[in-house]
Design a protein. Structure first.
Length: 430
């Protein structure tokens, strides 16, 4: 015979024996709860970094030496305020050179204009050839283009000179100062950063990284609570303002950035702090619900007492109530759940007492376990007493076999023969 089948049969016999013993001798009790209104919520956790909503990196478009710096860390600045200046010596020379060239080109234009007008008059009278007239007109047009181009050069030199004066683009606070007076900055391929200015530290945001397994439940407008390590007892509130579509992969872990508003009227939140974020993906208040384990409960016939019966019903979800000695099932329609409580859409009213689980008396369970030879029981160092009890069970097998059982058992265990002689008849002899 298959050993696994034998084990399964033995286990089924053990369970059946236990339930049968409890149903007859033990008084099974049931825990109940009432259908009531609860707050249901589910959440996901993540970490993020606090940063200002508007943060500007101030640089320079021209190369040169930092001549003056007028602000420092944490300085409050206003839009258009001068915060630094570059040395303007070279820029002023370039502007002067451009203006000088413009003056020369303008003089040439004046001459070419007079020459063209003279040739035009002579050509109209037929005193000069067409070739001479066209040559004069071409020189005049080239002179105009040279003047126009040189004007642009002068304008560029003036703009570069203006760039030597660094002003704040926004109202805010200086978070970082990257240069010192006398330092040379070069704007070749990239614009060097001189200052970082935050517009408003009372209005911060958190950039949280959400795992790909959780990002599907995150939506704009969801409530967020977060803490920072420097204020472990303070909780800050915010809301999801943006779910960015760009994914980031680090060590084969895919995350998405979620932007969370972080009002900071107290100015406790500082740029760069790590935030421990809890995003509430579901949040419902005063929802009629029952404990989720009530929907998993089902009465067992083996545990019924006298006159108790089960009245079942059809339904995908149901709860059980006691009506006298009857266990009655009520079909219900359920909604969302947080794992602990489940929303009840219809089926039962508020205040209905439902069964959540049955409770076996501990004393009865211990006695049943001890009396079952297949169940593990507490160890006893006195093996002679165990032998005596075991011999009693062994000798009780057959009528008239007490002496034989006693003799066999008596060779290894004391007192076994006496117990064998008093055994209850069980299937051997009648």
């Amino acid at each position: 015979m298959n050993k696994s089948f034998i084990k399964s049969a033995a286990l089924a016999a053990i369970v059946g024996f236990t339930f049968a013993a409890c149903s007859k001798d033990a008084k099974v009790t049931y825990n109940t709860d009432v259908v009531a209104k609860h707050d249901l919520s589910t959440s996901i956790t993540a970490t993020g970094t606090i940063e200002p909503v508007t943060q500007v990196e101030v640089g320079t478009q021209v190369s040169g030496i930092i001549d003056k710096i007028y602000v420092d860390y944490n300085s409050e600045v206003h839009k258009g305020q001068v915060i630094a200046e570059l040395d303007k010596t070279n820029l002023l020379s370039e502007l002067a050179s451009a203006k000088s060239n413009l003056s020369n080109y303008q003089s040439n234009l004046d001459y070419q204009t007079s020459n063209y007008n003279r040739y035009k008059t002579l050509y109209e009278k037929g005193l000069v050839s067409t070739n001479d007239y066209e040559s004069a007109r071409l020189s005049y047009q080239q002179a105009m283009q040279q003047v126009a181009m040189q004007k642009m050069s002068v304008q560029k030199a003036q703009t570069n000179l203006g760039y030597a004066t660094i002003t704040s683009p926004i109202d805010g606070i200086v978070l970082s100062r990257e240069v010192e007076e006398g330092q040379t900055v070069a704007s070749a391929m990239t614009t060097p950063t001189l200052f970082i200015i935050a517009q408003d530290l009372t209005n911060m945001r958190v950039i949280a990284k959400i795992d790909e397994a959780d990002i599907g439940g995150v939506k704009e407008g969801q409530h967020v609570m977060f803490t920072v390590d420097t204020y472990p007892d303070d909780q800050f509130d915010g809301a999801v303002t943006q779910v960015r579509q760009q994914a980031t992969t680090e060590s084969n872990v895919v995350t998405y950035e979620v932007v969370i508003s972080a009002p900071n009227e107290s100015l406790k939140l500082k740029p760069g702090l790590t935030a421990n974020v809890t995003i509430y993906t579901m949040e419902m208040h005063d929802i009629l619900s029952v404990p989720s384990k009530a929907l998993r409960f089902a009465p067992n016939e083996l545990l019924l007492q006298d006159d108790e019966k089960i009245i079942d019903c059809e339904g995908m979800a149901k709860v059980w109530v006691r009506e006298g000695k009857d266990f009655k099932a009520i079909p219900v329609q359920v909604g969302r759940t947080n794992g602990v409580f489940t929303e009840i859409v219809s089926g039962v009213n508020e205040g209905t007492e439902v069964i959540t689980e049955f409770v076996m008396p501990e004393e009865e369970v211990e006695e049943t376990t001890a009396s079952n030879p297949f169940m593990p029981g507490p160890r006893n160092n006195n093996r002679n007493r165990q032998g005596s009890t075991g011999a009693a069970g062994a000798g009780a097998g057959r009528t008239g076999a007490g002496a034989t059982g006693a003799g066999a058992a008596g060779t290894g265990r004391s007192g076994a023969g006496a117990a064998g002689g008093t055994g209850r008849p069980m299937g051997g002899g009648r």
